[in-house]
Design a protein around this ligand. Sequence first.
Ligand SMILES: *[C@@H]1O[C@H](CO)[C@@H](O)[C@H](O)[C@H]1NC(C)=O
Ligand SMILES: *[C@@H]1O[C@H](CO)[C@@H](O)[C@H](O)[C@H]1NC(C)=O
Ligand SMILES: *[C@@H]1O[C@H](CO)[C@@H](O)[C@H](O)[C@H]1NC(C)=O
Length: 397
Amino acid sequence: MVSIFCLFAFLAVAGVTLSQPDAGADRCPTLPDKLILSKLTDPFTFFNKRPVRTKADWACRRAELAELIQRFQVGYLPSKPPTSVAGELLENGVFNVTVTEGEKSITYPVQIRLPAEAEDDGPFPAIISLAGLNIPTPPGVAVISVNNDLIASQVGGISRGTGLFYDLYGKDHSAGALIAWTWGVGRLIDALEKVPSAKINTKRLAVTGCSRNGKGAMVIGAFEPRIRLTIPQESGAGGAACWRISDDLKTRGNNTQTASQIVQENVWLGPAFNSYTGQVGVLPFDQHLLTALIAPRAVLVEDNGGIDWLGPESVYGCQRAARTVWRALGVADHIGLSQPPGHNHCQLPEVSKPYVNAFIDRFLKDKEDVNTTVFYTGGDFKYDEKDWVDWDVPRLR
Ligand SMILES: *[C@@H]1O[C@H](CO)[C@@H](O)[C@H](O)[C@H]1NC(C)=O
Ligand SMILES: *[C@@H]1O[C@H](CO)[C@@H](O)[C@H](O)[C@H]1NC(C)=O
Ligand SMILES: *[C@@H]1O[C@H](CO)[C@@H](O)[C@H](O)[C@H]1NC(C)=O
């Protein structure tokens, strides 16, 4: 400030007149038609600007992103394991999970459905589904239904701090519902590991859910490394859509769910996120990097190209950006997208079924020679990757 003031004072004293630059001159840059104020965050540059060059670097970058996403958006998973976790297999496939933390204890039931016809006596691969299954039950695979609302309620704003998670950790805990559910599924897996009579192969687990529970499936896959396959279905904002692209869609008149809307609607995210919903461009990540926490494990993003509220263009762009991480790791066919239009919300269309089967065959049943290369949209939009992505994809050694 001082030096600029001195310069002007000097010029004034010296009697020099400052001429206007010639606005028409070629040397002046022109603004593009479409102004993107903040592109998606580069996965391959650490917060401190150091480049990510190796697979070991990616492990560090992943840890950094997991910290940033918890701090600014979803809230924290409890840092240490609870005092104890136990599972009990009851009648008709009911499995009670009991978690004790200090003096306090909670119990929640889940429903285990073993495959009707099986070649052996298990243990079986399993799909953990939040609030009902919206994909066909694959043969030979168990289904574990979790009532995630018991862990953290999601009725609306009034649900903040309600549910078994908060009974254990306190109403003011930083965790929003999505990360509380992640904790609940984590303790379920702990309990299944301890009870072989439940016949679940905990090394072959998938997680799925649709819509709000699809947001949950994405966060669970991102933060629980024992999940081998994540299938978030029609999850939209807070799930597979990027905040920045959704805000842009909204600016262009599309009726799309955005960060400012979502925090009014429900308690899925942590309270810390409220400070950023009007300025998502300052966040040191976007949702492509939430998806990327899953890498190199598998994810199939099941989507709907025909519902504006879900932001199909945002989901498509966001997951393409996420895929650059799997490409860098040399496993691009561990991430898939299927986004056909023309079906009801949470109804898996015929076109998507073979992709779901392929991912399940390969990642839950260890079948070889299964083609999981799919990145399909039938959405009615023109997405230009240059608008949002300005990084090169390294080959991580
Ligand atoms: C299983 O959990 C449910 C719900 O908390 C509870 O009502 C029931 O008593 C539990 N069953 C056993 C045998 O502990
Ligand atoms: C919103 O975007 C979809 C394509 O994703 C397009 O078909 C629709 O016309 C858009 N709506 C508005 C109001 O711009
Ligand atoms: C795998 O399937 C995709 C379509 O989803 C196709 O484009 C590709 O050619 C297939 N790859 C092989 C090796 O068959």
